[in-house]
Design a protein around this ligand. Sequence first.
Ligand code: CMC
Length: 428
Amino acid sequence: MSAIAEIKIDGKTYEFPVIIGTEGEKAIDISKLRDLTGHITLDLGYKNTGSTKSAITFLDGELGVLKYRGYPIEQLAEKSSFLEVSYLLIYGVLPTQSELENFQSQISRHTLIHEDMKKFLDGYPSKSHPMAQVASLVCSLSTFYPESLNANSSKEETDLTMIKLLAKLPTIVSFIYKKSLGHPLIYPKNKFDYVTNFLHMIFGQRTEEIEIDPVVVGAMNTLLILHADHEQNCSASTVRMVGSSDCNLYASVSAGISALWGPLHGGANQAVIEMLELIKADGGDTEKWINKAKDKNDPFRMMGFGHRVYKNFDPRAKIIKKACDDILNKLGINDPVLEIAKKLEEAALNDPYFIDRKLYPNVDFYSGIIYRALGFPTDMFTVLFALGRLPGWIAQWKEMHENKEPIGRPRQVYVGNVDMDFVEMAKR
Ligand code: CMC
């Protein structure tokens, strides 16, 4: 007998089914609430609202657990490749050797972008933020592939659109980066694996083929895997919401990229480094900045701290912190902001303000330090997050379509004026 939740309104009791997920998560199904009671729920920021039933990613914020399709993030980060994880997220199972080879070879076949897309790059102001360019260029892919406009096309066509997007995003990102430097664009080399090819296009030169350090490839692979999905966060929910109007994959993902850009979401990795630099330039007094973060009259927030869901620790942050130490050691880099980051973390973890509010370092606290060590400029950090999150967005879009979910359309409680009479301009 499944559980029932009761809601009592004006003396009348209504019953609603309780849904239990495979990991024991409990939800009250209120889909009939308005029909039965005339009421809606109000939940700003959707802090208690389940927007979907999903089989992609599970996370337990209290225990600090994160799993993709049931596989713990720690195992995936240690043992798998980014493309393997992409396949897992999108198709729900780990690929066999031949499935992975086929996936890789299909992606390799589509890494070029239409030459006309380079004209967009010429049009952007030289200092424009790369996230704006990525969002625009990804949306623009739909203009070159009009067959993708039908969000309900055949499985073969949809698979091809997903492959094209996975294949072309590294090329788009690297072209934006090279263009920002004023350097010649480097074209993809399909003999390389996904991550090596991306690094080749970012750090390579036209004149000679450079050696890509396996340490750098390994670090990039880990970071992309850690960012690959995170269930119904702001950008994934955006992708599902936009996609629910039957909007094509390119445009839906472009909307997700824009959602990710904000400093409270993926933009935090850039904001963290800027914050650490600011603290360093200010003399490195971490206590002063902790006090600023605690002061309600001061808009300063400790970037890279806190999470809507993780209230104990962010398992991705644990892996990244260790990776950060390893990579800096292996590359022989001594980054002074790392010391500031560690001091801030230690002080915050022992401070009642942060303890009471369960504020811990999140995935973005250390990722920027690694990206910097690998040679990326600060404004590219969120772009790298987007590159990692792409398979998650694709999987969320695909699942939403396969589940035939209705168009996303929340309600509201109206609190504005009532029954106003129009007043002519002369009388206002
Ligand atoms: N520094 C100082 N105080 C904070 C911080 C912070 N980083 N984060 C939350 N608080 C305080 C907040 O002021 C509030 O205090 P009070 O209860 O006294 O009013 C309390 O903690 C709860 O905060 P909230 O804003 O209600 O929490 P939220 O769940 O709405 O926001 C968050 C989560 C991630 C937006 C927020 O913690 C934050 O702004 N963090 C900094 C930005 C950041 O690092 N974002 C990256 C998130 S991880 C990457 C990703 O997946 O997007």
